[in-house]
Design a binder for this molecule. Sequence first.
Ligand code: UN1
Length: 521
Amino acid sequence: MFFKPNTPAAAPAGKTLIGFNWIGGKEVEGDLPSFESRSPVDSRDAVGIFPECGERDVERAAKAASQAFKTWFQVPAPVRGDLIRRMGDVLAQNKERLARVLTREVGKTMREAMGEVQEAIDTCVFFASEGRRLYGQTVPSEMPHKTLSTHRRPVGVCAVMTASNFPLAVPSWKIIPAILCGNTVVWKPSEDAPTIAYLFARCMMDAGLPAGVVNVVNGRGPGGVGQHLIAGIDKGFFQKVSFTGSTAVGRVIGEACGRNLISPALELGGKNPMIVMEDADLDNAVQSALFGAFGTAGQRCTSLANLILHKPIAEAFKARFLEAVGKAVLGNPLQHPEVLYGPMINARHARLLCGGARWTDENRDDRVLGHIAHGAYMQPCIWEGVTPEMKLFHTEVFGPTVNLCIADDFDQALALANGTPYGLSSAIYTENRAWVERFKAGIRAGMASINNSTVGAEAHLPFGGLGWSGNGSREGGVWALDSYTQWQAVNDDASGHLQLAQIDTDYALKATYDRTHWDQL
Ligand code: UN1
């Protein structure tokens, strides 16, 4: 790895990594000038410097992936799995170092960053052993001396595009099952998190991944390399596209895939509800709402957005919630690991917030810790009296803001929870078994939590949503295999002559009963 000295003001944060694209097993420059990844914690800190890719770089990467596919899909799945296990080992050996880069590059707390690295390790562990399963089925044939079976076959070259908020865990959800299944990958990480992406690629190199199986192209999304990747769908470069990001971009990708008869995996936005019923453990629910809404500065697609309070406890909950938010400390996550959340990943995101003001050295109080002058640190923001007619109720903000809504009864609470076009995660706090059952069956969401938060999905359960949250694909666990394989049905006939299904099959055998009994009826 290559480094250069950081800017003098940011020298204590660490050196600046000189990064590369990774195409055909080689670290290469891009066709365009380099760009810097500046830390949101302190914008003077240059975490890495990366070459920006143009159209021809995408072509080169797609070609390398297509070339590598010819041999990679023939490597036995248990052997591919073993390589993924080694990738997990490299991640585990460097867990704390990687977490620190995550904190520096996207501003999440060390505790969360350690969790994110763990999520990528868990994904490696899960899919490493999936290489020894990757089951198909054996199916009885309707004809003698013939066997039927099904096999998961790889789809080909996968374009993977990921966001900045989970720049290690979410790419691992896509890339690891993709390569386990025998596919090859062209990955465009977020331009806000290229350093952690480079280090993830480095883990793959260290584990011995063959040239071209994973290729990394850096740069911007709209108007940049992301656009060239989408154009590559029409050029026939990719057989699968997996994207995590906004609903608007997801639609564009879905359209390009649709006209090319490719089914994409789209993990998009959310406006996640949490219901608190009158019998809930309020302290538990308050802690959940606090982390769900404000953890990661609200920049999770699973973040809590609409907090739906059953009227009898609404005032009591509000009082405790405001007290908890009032006590929460935030600020510089590198200097103060105890903060609830750090800066916005990108000041672009900060402008989207309605209401919550930015903390500065002028307006800060004792709940704000450390140096904040060179980052976008936002105040927690709470709205009450929010109703479905309001834009605030429906619009994903991706910041530390939450809406309070009141429901007279369970039915109204469920209707409010189902009242947005999204359907990613959801939660209810209650001890009432009947309400729990009705919630599980009635909520329109890919993920439902009972007395647990909207955030914090475990890596081996299906992750994804419906409506504006995605197109029904799922990441995580065995469900991810459906995105990266296609089923092949095999007819294996050992009879030595042509047997035609449906035609040469004597289903009825010969009837032996006496029909005259029936004719008397
Ligand atoms: C995301 O925000 O895109 O469930 C992923 C969670 C995390 C993953 C979030 N495990 O909150």
